[in-house]
Write a protein that binds this ligand. Structure first.
Ligand code: UDX
Ligand code: UDX
Ligand code: ADP
Length: 480
């Protein structure tokens, strides 16, 4: 029986291993983590992450061929294939601060693998890492190996949160990079055999190590670039009277461009896009390619511009001040169908409004009060460290209250901002909301989910990203 161990029971490790266990009953899969609370949650009815379909998969496999444990060393030493899916934060100090990946957790995982291994192993890079990390890890493993042979593979994960189970069950492609030696090729085949249990052969791509590593950074950079491109267009649409939804639709009809990932928004968030692009920028700079670095930096600049622009719209529409005004924030997660708030645009928008002394009432169906307070008090890039190492936020932001209902959040508010595209925000009773709000009542839709015309009929002053402005907003231009 093949034994797999995955180090890191997070958003990637947990769902990925659950699906491998589901599809490969003859493989024993152990997911290990240094966080006791995280492992306890994986072993309970309240999984540590909210992901549609995940509960069912875990229930079916847990205790059969899927195990969650804190006994990292035991499971690593017994495994034939070790996946590494630990945090790779952006460095906050020292060389490359604010850009380069901090490989502390990766390196400590690699040293531990070398230390406890008593048999040959395939070590699989699952978390996104800078190109050539595999080479560095290979060196750590071979220099500490005590005669044991390690083959390193890069097998980046392309799942998106909210659709993780669907993406894992039916991936566009699985990418496996390895050494071009006979041993490297044998390792590639061993991992390919695992995926081949449910993924069609022609979707399993094999490359050299560096192509696999770079493909992951490139894919995320391209995706983020599409969003920054459409968001840049949204600003121009507002200035000219074009409608970004119509423009996106028309552009996406070109089969060379395609319709997906062209929704204008208040900005992209999530644990990957910004981090991976910063990483790409750093790698370009280190390789003497400043023009290429500059090109990719623009994707992040436009994303920051979009978030600032949104805050400026809110403030300028309300007579240039939101001081002491109650503003409802609907949605805090970085996208719908997840409770994840890593790099969510809501953090920057809320901080911007708080900077103008607004009082915020925040509602998200999946994000807790604690998490929101932690996010609003944490320093940039500090989120990507193992949870148990993060101090609980010592202070809370007084002007922020977190409530469990959209109607409660909007009661007596001057304005409401939609920052996540949760389906339930489309079907709220906006007449009821309007009746209980201060007048004039404003809606700022950062996700283009509301019916602008209907809301204007009710009496709202509505701003929706990239849509023709109503007269009120035209009179109060916001400059980012
Ligand atoms: C383009 C648009 O495709 C077309 O829709 C519009 O109406 C006019 O402009 P055209 O300039 O004729 O058409 O050719 P196109 O096939 O788009 O190629 C433009 C340039 O891009 C060429 O120099 C081509 O060699 C280059 N190109 C295209 C690449 O370098 N790589 C590619 O993957 C595709
Ligand atoms: C992304 C990649 O999609 C995935 O392949 C990779 O493995 C990890 O990073 P994820 O961050 O989970 O996945 O979500 P994604 O659906 O890509 O959305 C990222 C952000 O872009 C979200 O904030 C989302 O709201 C935003 N977005 C997405 C838009 O603003 N407009 C769009 O059209 C699409
Ligand atoms: P991702 O979104 O990439 O899955 P997460 O932050 O959700 O990232 O998960 C990474 C997990 O890795 C965390 O639960 C963290 O506790 C765990 N981790 C980090 N370093 C180690 C280590 N050396 N050994 C075991 N687990 C680790």
């Amino acid at each position: 029986m093949v034994k797999i161990c995955c180090i890191g029971a997070g958003y990637v490790g947990g769902p990925t291993m659950a699906v491998i266990a589901l599809k490969c009953p003859s493989i024993q899969v152990a997911v290990v983590d240094i966080s006791i609370s995280r492992i306890n949650a994986w072993n309970s009815d309240q999984l540590p992450i909210y992901e549609p379909g995940l509960d069912g998969v875990v229930k079916e496999c847990r205790g059969r061929n899927l195990f969650f444990s804190t006994d990292v060393e035991k499971h690593v030493s017994e495994a034939d294939i070790v996946f590494v899916s630990v945090n790779t934060p952006t460095k906050t100090q020292g060389l490359g601060a604010g850009k380069a990946a901090d490989l502390t957790y990766w390196e400590s995982a690699a040293r531990m693998i070398a230390d406890v291994s008593k048999s040959n192993k395939i070590v699989v890079e699952k978390s996104t890492v800078p190109v050539k990390t595999a080479e560095a890890i290979e060196k750590i493993l071979t220099h500490n190996s005590k005669g044991i042979k390690f083959q390193i593979l890069s097998n980046p994960e392309f799942l998106a949160e909210g659709t993780a189970i669907r993406d894992l069950l039916s991936p566009d492609r699985v990418l496996i990079g390895g050494r071009e030696t006979p041993e490297g090729q044998a390792a590639i085949k061993a991992l390919k055999d695992v995926y081949a249990k449910w993924v069609p052969e022609d979707r399993i791509l094999t490359t050299n190590l560096w192509s696999a590593e770079l493909s992951k950074l490139a894919a995320n950079a391209f995706l983020a670039q599409r969003i920054s491109s459409v968001n840049a267009m949204s600003a121009l649409c507002e200035a000219t009277g074009a409608d970004v939804t119509e423009v996106s639709y028309a552009v996406g009809k070109d089969t060379r461009i395609g319709p997906k990932f062209l929704n204008a928004s208040v900005g992209f968030g999530g644990s990957c896009f910004q981090k991976d692009i910063l990483n790409l920028v750093y790698i370009c700079e280190c390789n003497g390619l400043p023009d290429v670095a500059e090109y990719w930096k623009q994707v992040i600049k436009i994303n920051d511009y979009q978030k600032n622009r949104f805050v400026n719209r809110v403030v300028s529409s309300m007579f240039n001040t939101v001081s002491n005004k109650k503003i409802a924030i609907l949605g805090f997660a970085f996208k719908k169908d997840t409770g994840d708030t890593r790099e969510t645009p809501a953090i920057d928008v809320c901080k911007g409004l708080l900077g103008d002394k607004a009082r915020l009432s925040i509602y998200d169906p999946q994000v807790t009060d604690d998490q929101i307070q932690r996010d609003l008090t944490m320093k940039k890039f500090d989120w990507d460290h193992p949870l148990h190492l993060q101090p609980m936020s010592p202070t809370t932001v007084k002007q922020v209250s977190v409530v469990w209902d959209a109607y409660e959040a909007t009661k007596d508010a001057h304005g409401l901002c939609i920052l996540t595209e949760w389906d339930e925000f489309k079907t709220l009773d906006y007449q009821k909301i309007y009746d209980k709000m201060q007048k004039p009542a404003f809606v700022f839709d950062g996700r283009n989910v509301v019916n602008v015309e209907k809301l204007r009929e009710i009496g709202f002053i509505v701003y929706s990203i990239g849509k023709p402005l109503d007269a009120w907003l035209k009179d109060m231009p916001a400059v980012a």
